[in-house]
Each structure stands twice: as C-alpha cells, then as structure tokens.
Write a protein of this length. Sequence first.
Length: 438
Amino acid sequence: MTDNQTLAGKKAVYYTLGCKLNFSETSTVSQILSDAGVSTAAEGEEADICIVNTCSVTEVADKKCRQIIHRLVKEHPHAYVVVMGCYAQLKPEVVANIKGVDVVLGAEQKKDILQHLGALEKKDHGAHFTSRLQDIRSFVPSCSHGDRTRYFLKVQDGCDYYCTYCTIPMARGRSRNGSIASLVKQAQEVAAEGGKEIVITGVNIGDFGKTTGETFYDLVRELDNVEGIERYRISSIEPNLLTDDIISFVANSQRFMPHFHIPLQSGSDEVLHLMKRRYNRALFAHKVEVIKELMPHCFIGVDVMVGNRGETPECFEDAYHFIEGLDVTKLHVFSYSERPGTMALKIPYVVAPEVKHERSERMLQLSDAKQHAFYQHHIGEVMPVLLEHSKTQNVMHGFTPNYIKVEVECKGAYDNVVVPVRLGEFVADGSALKGTML
Ligand code: SF4
C-alpha cells in the first residue's frame, strides 16, 4: 500500500482509450488519487505517475494502446506507469513486457489502485501483473466528472452474451450492476455538483439487475425522479432488451431525452445468426417503428459492423438495403477485426480488407445522408439547447433533446445553461446547425 505521505504533492497524467465506460472508470481512479493528494500534471509538465486505461475492441485498438504507452514512457521517463483496462486484462504478459511499464492491473484491481503503486519505485523490466478473469466479480461504481455538463454514470459492467466476434466478456467478466439506491445517490451527487446531463452507461445495460434482482426499467423510473438532472440519455442498449415499456416511459418522461443508440451490427439475418446475436432484423425494425410512432423526432443511432466473417456480397447487399429502409438517424460503422480466442474465427468465409473498406465507405455515406436529412427536417424549429463549455470566444456548441448539434453565437457565459434556440442552416462542414438564441 502506498501511503498518502508518499503520494502527497505528486503529479499524474491519465490517458483513456475506448468507450465511455473506460472514461468514467478513469475518472474514478483520478478521484481516488486526488483524494490521496495527487494532482493532475499540466500540459508539458513531467508526471510522477502515468495511468493508461486501455481498450481492446480491435487489433487497431491494441496497437494504439502500445503506441500510447511507449509515448507516455518517453515523455515521462521517471514516472511510475500503471496500465489497466481491457487490453491489460486480455494481454497482461504483453503489456507487462513493454519497457517502462511498472504494473498491469486487472479489471478487479482498478478500484484498489493505491495498493498497487508500490511506493512508486520503478521496475527495471518485467512489470508485475494482476489480471485474472475468474477474479472479475465486483461492480466498481464510476461516474465521470470530466466536463461539468455531461456525466457518464456506469450502472452495469460485463456481459453474459458471448457474441461470436466479441472479446468483451473475456475482458470485463460476467454481467453485474450497482443497486438502484446507490445509482440514484450518485445521480443526486451529480445534481448537487451542478451537473445537468447524465448518460447511463454500461457494457450491456439492458441486462441491468442480474446482481440485485432489479430491472433496467425500474432504474430508469427511479432516476427520473432525481431533482436537478435535466437530461438523461441511455447509451447503447441491445434491441432485444429495449422493451416497449422502456420506450413508452422515455416518450412520456420530461427528463429522458428522445435519443436511443441501438446496436444492430448486421441487417442480414444470416450474419446475425453467425454472430449469435439474440434478435433478428424484424425485431429491430419493430423497435424502430415503436420508437418513431411515439417519438417521430427521436434520434436513433445504430451500430453497424461490416466485413464480418460469413458476410458474402449477397449478405452485405441484403443488409445494406434493410438499413437503407430503416428510419434511423446515424450509423456508427465498424469494420470487423479478427480477435484471438473468439468463436467467429471458426467461420470459414473471410472478407478481404479492401472489400471491408469499400463496405465501410458505403455505410458511412448512407449514414451521412440519413443524418443530413434528419437535421434538415428540423431547420426552423425552436428547441432547448444545453450549451457546453467552449474555448472559442462568442461561439458555443450544444445539443437539442434529440441530439442535434447546434452552434450558437453568444455574448457572455452560457456554460451548462439550457437556452431556447431557433435552428438555422448547416455550418460550413455540415456537422451542426447554426442556431439563434431567443
Ligand atoms: S452483447 Fe455481444 S457485442 Fe455486446 S458486449 Fe456482450 S458479447 Fe460483446
């Protein structure tokens, strides 16, 4: 255990790769260190401790993790280097052998960071590592404080699904969650700090309740009662777990925004079957219909993966036309990446890299067209926009309830303030609408 005397006055840098969950967990680790007297190093300042929270969603992510570690070791040659997160959990030996790394923490050990700082004595080589999958049992509560407008509240961790292409269950363990009472308390703390928006995050949030015998629907209902939080957004939720009850609750709530993020992955039933996803495309189309019937203005983001093993040209065309016909707003497009240890490697049909790239480009163009049409449809309307901290003087950005990005010219400080805005034309690069504050 490193005592607070050793840590007092030390400086740390934090680097997070990957998902919102990692960001909220890094935030928890930085809070633990800050409580022990460690401050965040300023830009360009040499740190005493480097914390890297890694991701392993693709081969590219693994490579990026290694690059970042090398870079931080070079920039902070005397710092004690701690690596954690999915890549550290899946490949602890590889990470431990990177020159300059001092300790590699498994998913279960992040919360005990202080015990693993070892008086900050650097190793010559061969870092100590603690990752063991069977150890991943506890739920580490996390809520990111990064920016004061939007907080990411982790409500669930791990996954019991074992989709054939995914390593997350190996990196994060089985599905588990915090209790509704503890999460409501965290939301109340966010409100007390002046936070206005909470994004509910997890690995498979619809599966919430395995540990506590509660349901995601109950959680949503209870969070809706927290005074002071003006906006909730539900991050990615599996279509088979997005019940009609949840959709109708969101439609009637003042605090839950008309915004969903639903992973489809493929619009081909054949590929969905190979992926061992727990729904078919008819179910997905039904969910979109129910949402749009109750909330025609709802933003629906959809994850799509291209180039999966087994995705023949016919399957891809079939998937493309299905997605083209869906009334959704934006596609988050990923290219399939071979992951060691996954069942997908047993599927013989492999898609060539250049074909994957082509398919990805087509999906991205489809996404741009859909998002453009959605934004266009709302031009001229007046909507409440939550403005966010901006470094640029007189120009601020924010989002409408249905997640349209808006750029507003304003004099004075409107950070973290909801203002009525009339939506105008697209900004030059098409990424937002210009708005006029009323
Ligand atoms: S639902 Fe499937 S893709 Fe999502 S984390 Fe679980 S196993 Fe991975």
